[in-house]
Design a protein around this ligand. Structure first.
Ligand SMILES: NC(=O)c1ccc[n+]([C@@H]2O[C@H](COP(=O)([O-])OP(=O)(O)OC[C@H]3O[C@@H](n4cnc5c(N)ncnc54)[C@H](OP(=O)(O)O)[C@@H]3O)[C@@H](O)[C@H]2O)c1
Length: 297
């Protein structure tokens, strides 16, 4: 039977293009819906007119999920810790397949419960426990590495006007990158890939390209027709600032400093075998994406 999908966080960076990708594939799904907080319904008027259902309700109540078999959560950092409650409500509402808000790396368990990933790890643990208890319940962890779009950004101290980067890490740190238009295609196609009968956790790893941070910045320079000046700093400095922010109770600053250690330390490298071949398209490599975004015409 064609899957019926409801999306949490459909108004965000990933949510908006993902809804459009689902619309392109509308005939392959039973129902496509976004879950909307009652105070924020108006932001979905446009997609509703294009054929997306808008379910108005709480993310933490079973009723919101009735009639859907698959939930895709795209909650952002601040709401990430609410996902266990969403999962419980979704299961109670009859959902049997949950995508937690991931779309990143698979190596963070190995590097400890760093702040940036703390709530994602707790969500994974909750999913594992619930899948043990609920027969027929499964979940998908879809990992894409870093978004290529986030490379040329102040998030990583990359300045595309002055052609400088100040990176907490090392030049040869590996990073896997995938472009957002490809990420949403992976999400939609993955829902249509059959789940294995006896497995409750499905892990999918996909990437546009894996390269070193230094090569990635060189590539950025190439598409802009310039050479970047890169300064490397010890990631421990950023970790100390993260800790200072944590002690001061400044969560935004804590996340900001945690984020600065993601791209040039190897954390965003997808080391395992990739599942790209299970999908119908070839993703953009880093150069193609950067060219599309900021290349010299
Ligand atoms: N690997 C990478 O480089 C990378 C880059 C970006 C994102 N990501 C990942 O992609 C996923 C989605 O991120 P994003 O950038 O699309 O996030 P985002 O732009 O911050 O959007 C988050 C969405 O969650 C909604 N939300 C906020 N509070 C909520 C609540 N209490 N309950 C339910 N929903 C709530 C937001 O709605 P409102 O607008 O109403 O607040 C918004 O629609 C995350 O897992 C993120 O880590 C990965």
């Amino acid at each position: 039977m064609a899957p019926s999908v409801i999306i949490i966080g459909a108004s965000g960076t990933v949510g908006r293009p993902l809804v459009q990708e689902f619309l392109k594939n509308k005939t392959r799904f039973g129902r496509i819906a976004v879950l909307a907080d009652p105070t924020k319904v108006s932001r979905f008027t446009d997609v509703q007119s294009q054929g997306v259902e808008v379910v108005v309700g709480s993310f933490l109540e079973a009723n919101s999920y009735k009639g859907f078999d698959t939930v895709i959560s795209l909650t952002g950092n601040t709401a990430m810790k609410l996902q266990p409650g969403m999962i419980d409500a979704a299961i109670a509402g009859g959902v049997r397949h949950f995508y937690p808000s991931e779309l990143g790396t698979d190596s963070y368990v190995a590097i400890g419960k760093r702040r940036y990933f703390r709530d994602k790890i707790a969500t994974r643990e909750h999913l594992r426990d619930r899948a043990h208890e609920v027969p027929g319940f499964a979940y998908t962890l879809l990992m894409t590495g870093a978004f290529t779009e986030f490379v040329p950004s102040p998030f990583n101290n990359v300045d595309i006007e002055n052609h400088t980067a100040v990176s907490y890490g090392v030049p040869d740190a590996l990073i896997s990158v995938t472009a957002l238009p490809d990420i949403v295609r992976y999400v939609v196609e993955s829902v249509l890939l059959p789940l294995e009968q006896d497995k409750s956790c499905r892990e999918l790893r996909v990437a546009g390209e894996t390269l070193t941070w230094a090569t990635l910045i060189e590539t950025l320079g190439e598409v802009q027709g310039v050479k970047y000046h890169v300064t490397y700093l010890d990631p421990r400095e950023a970790a100390e600032k993260e800790e200072t922010a944590r002690v001061a109770g400044n969560t935004d600053a804590e996340m900001l400093w945690a984020g600065k250690m993601l791209f040039s330390t190897g954390v965003a490298h997808l080391a395992g075998p990739l599942d790209n071949a299970r999908f119908s398209f070839t993703p953009e490599n880093a150069k193609e994406t950067l060219q599309r975004l900021i290349g010299k015409k």
